[in-house]
Design a protein around this ligand. Structure first.
Ligand SMILES: Cc1cc2nc3c(=O)[nH]c(=O)nc-3n(C[C@H](O)[C@H](O)[C@H](O)COP(=O)(O)OP(=O)(O)OC[C@H]3O[C@@H](n4cnc5c(N)ncnc54)[C@H](O)[C@@H]3O)c2cc1C
Length: 426
């Protein structure tokens, strides 16, 4: 351990590792402190284990449209490290990326753990010291401009600058202790808005939805309704789970949907499994199949249009007596009711799955309290804030990790220049 480090990074997630490696590359002494027994624990499970590392929207102006009101703060950092910089950074470290649907970029190896390994190699190559299983409990700054970081295991650690990269409160089981780290910032004078789930799966009490758990439909229309009136509509994928619905389209609709639920106290989700086919055309398709398979059970005929479980569920909801009937014995009225259900499969939404299931949560440091040219706190000079600790809304699709790469890099460059100024003034 050094007596005084040039920089201590608190938190070994993506933004912390990016910042630590970049500062150390300049020859400065850097210590990375992580409370878990491994670095990048959350990073290693991102993107369903594949890590959606960035979004390949190379036009920064268009990219920043995804960050809502925060975009005005982000022009400056993204002018220093944009999506192209992310591609070249990882390629230089020996991790080529590939771009998939909706511009989502992944490591070519399709392994999130390779992203973590790449960052660990990057920080090791440049000589970052790492302290695992160590939690920073408090930070104070002395009058001689030195930060005193109180740790649970290694006593007081001293540093000239600090990167505070402790992440946000999202992610099942990984989130539990984050708010206590946020309290350190509060004590230093920062304003933190309370966390609330932002990108999160939605919950329903409808048992028939729970029973479809595991089923995914890749092209549906989702209509979010109040008292039968559509509030907004999205086209995309739906994944049924044991508590409700998930998948990228649902998750990206969750904030708007939950706002409506909060405001009105009610919300219905109506799913159209055939958004490209008019009611009458779909009815004719089903009728043609029923005539072709007159002696087949109706539920087996319907399974030619929909996954078996879903076909059975729809018939059960419409009229469970149809379950064992042959196609030839189904009335026009029942058939049309089934078609109607295929285009309006609805149930009430009762809320979200809460913070534990959130991929991204709102909340964090008020953006006005950070100088985005440097990522330095406007209240505590020498303290830098990166990644999820910042209160920035964004959809899924690689936008969160891109924020980590950009803010980590920008903080590091500013720290290097601050350290140079300090050395020159001595
Ligand atoms: C399931 C899931 C999937 C996701 N998939 C994607 C995806 O594919 N693409 C995408 O862009 N985003 C994704 N995200 C979001 C992304 O993971 C986060 O935006 C990102 O990890 C934030 O990085 P960070 O460096 O700010 O913080 P974190 O990754 O949260 O890391 C912070 C670290 O700080 C440590 N720490 C906290 N407090 C202390 C303390 N006091 N002392 C020492 N250490 C401390 C923590 O243990 C943690 O390791 C996903 C999130 C989840 C939960």
């Amino acid at each position: 351990m050094q007596e005084i480090y040039d920089c201590v990074v608190v938190g070994g997630g993506p933004s912390g590792m990016m910042a630590a490696g970049q500062v150390a590359k300049s020859g400065a002494s850097v210590l990375l402190v992580e409370k878990n027994s491994e670095l990048g624990k959350k990073l290693s499970i991102t993107g369903g284990g594949r890590c959606n590392i960035t979004n390949a929207e190379l036009d920064t102006k268009k990219l920043l449209e995804n960050y809502g009101e925060a975009k005005k703060f982000l022009y400056s950092p993204f002018s220093k490290f944009d999506v192209k910089s992310t591609f070249s950074f990882f390629e230089k470290q020996g991790l080529p990326l590939v771009v998939e649907a909706r511009k989502r970029a992944f490591p070519k190896s399709q392994k999130a753990t390779d992203v973590t390994k790449t960052l660990i190699n990057f920080i090791k190559k440049h000589g970052v010291e790492v302290l695992l299983n160590t939690q920073i409990k408090n930070i104070e700054k002395s009058s001689d401009d030195i930060f005193y970081l109180e740790s649970n295991k290694s006593g007081i650690i001293k540093s000239r600058t600090v990167v505070f990269a402790v992440g946000g409160p999202s992610g099942k089981t990984l989130s539990k202790e984050i708010p206590s780290s946020w309290r350190i910032l509060k004590k230093l004078g920062h304003t933190l808005s309370a966390p609330s789930p932002n990108l999160v799966p939605l919950a329903t009490k409808a048992k028939f939805v729970h029973r479809l758990s595991g089923l995914s439909m890749s092209f549906v229309a989702l209509r979010f309704k109040v008292d039968g009136k559509t509030q907004f509509k999205k086209l995309g994928k739906v994944l049924f789970t044991h508590f409700g619905v998930s998948g990228p389209t649902v998750i990206n609709s969750s904030k708007q949907a939950l706002d409506i639920l909060k405001r009105t106290g009610k919300l219905t989700l109506s799913i159209d499994f055939f958004p490209d086919t008019e009611f009458d055309k779909l009815d004719r398709r089903l009728l043609a199949l029923m005539e072709k398979h007159r002696t087949k059970k109706f539920r087996n005929t319907l399974s030619e249009l929909l996954p078996e479980e879903l076909a059975k569920t729809i018939i059960f909801i419409v009229n469970k007596d149809l379950m064992e009937k042959r196609s030839a014995d189904i009335s026009r009225e029942d058939r049309r009711a089934v078609v109607h259900k295929m285009k309006d499969f609805h149930f009430n939404i009762v809320g979200s799955m809460g913070l534990d299931w959130a991929i991204v949560a709102d909340g964090g440091v008020k953006l006005e309290e950070v100088d985005f040219k440097t990522m330095e706190s406007r209240l505590v000079p020498g303290l830098y804030l990166t990644g999820d600790v910042l209160n920035i809304n964004r959809p899924s699709g690689g936008f969160s990790l891109q924020l980590c790469w950009t803010t980590g890099y920008v903080a590091a460059k500013a720290i290097i220049s601050k350290l140079k100024t300090k050395l020159n003034s001595k």
